[in-house]
Design a protein around this ligand. Structure first.
Ligand code: SF4
Length: 255
């Protein structure tokens, strides 16, 4: 492991609590590499998370100040910390269930206020840690413990949601393409204002095994195959888009 990255992690936290094949380990590595490339001092940063598997990325793994808060309330805590100490670089790292279902109200209002913080939302399309329940991001027809006959409710497009609310940096990438993901995380953390990065991160344990994915690798491959760039999506007929996930940078407004 890169010595710089090794200095940023808490070795006592390993092995990680993530299941084999979980995308969150790749995301954790991408966030640390982005911080190392930016040469940010972890002592000037605060990492805030809620409840869920992704919330374990900063706490306990990062050798930095972390706030592991109540379910859905990470952005509210992050707002308070930022207002108290505006010099802090505040980064929220949590899951889709935490940030957009239980904490959806905080998400849209922080975007509306253009709060100066970076929000990294690990979207695994389900509530992973709490037992595989449907989330506001679960695709139509997907099987979860609370939708045994398939989800009938249309999911949120989180990037469109925060863009409409007023976020000034919005992007989405899967963990399957770590190079553009790291590049985007760097831009989001350097951005002044509300920056939102949705990271598609497979959950083989709760989502994959209920939805006919034989292996974690098969899930990662399917995710990569279904993602198309914003540029390519514009060139396609709308009839070709259902089932595809558009990825890339959607908003980048300087203040
Ligand atoms: S339950 Fe899913 S999201 Fe949670 S650690 Fe396991 S694979 Fe990852």
């Amino acid at each position: 492991m890169n010595e710089k990255i090794f200095q940023m992690i808490n070795p006592k936290a390993f092995p990680t609590p993530f299941c084999p094949g979980c995308g969150h380990g790749i995301l954790m590595g991408a966030i640390l590499r982005a911080i190392a490339d930016l040469e940010y001092d972890m002592k000037q940063m605060l990492f805030v998370s809620g409840i869920g598997c992704a919330a374990w990325i900063p706490s306990p793994h990062f050798k930095a100040d972390t706030l592991h808060t109540l379910h859905g309330r990470a952005i509210a805590y992050a707002t308070g910390a930022k207002l108290y100490n505006p010099k802090l670089k505040v980064v929220v790292i949590s899951g889709d269930g935490d940030l957009s279902s239980i904490g959806g109200n905080h998400l849209i209002h922080a975007a509306r206020r253009n709060m100066d913080m970076t929000v990294v939302c690990a979207n695994n399309f389900i509530y992973g840690m709490t037992g595989g329940q449907m989330a506001s991001t679960t695709p139509l027809g997907s099987l979860t413990t609370t939708t045994p006959k398939g989800n009938q409710e249309p999911p949120f497009d989180l990037c469109k949601l925060v863009e409409a609310a007023g976020a000034t940096y919005v992007a989405r990438y899967p963990v399957a393409t770590p190079i553009p993901l790291i590049r985007t995380l760097k831009k989001a953390m350097a951005h002044q204002g509300f920056a939102f990065v949705e990271v598609l991160s497979p959950c083989p344990t709760q989502f994959g095994r209920r939805n006919a994915f034989q292996t974690a690798f098969a899930m990662l491959q399917a995710l990569k195959k279904n993602c198309i760039s914003v540029e390519k999506a514009k060139s396609l007929d709308p009839a070709e888009l259902p089932g595809k996930i558009t990825v890339g940078e959607f908003v980048n407004q300087e203040n």
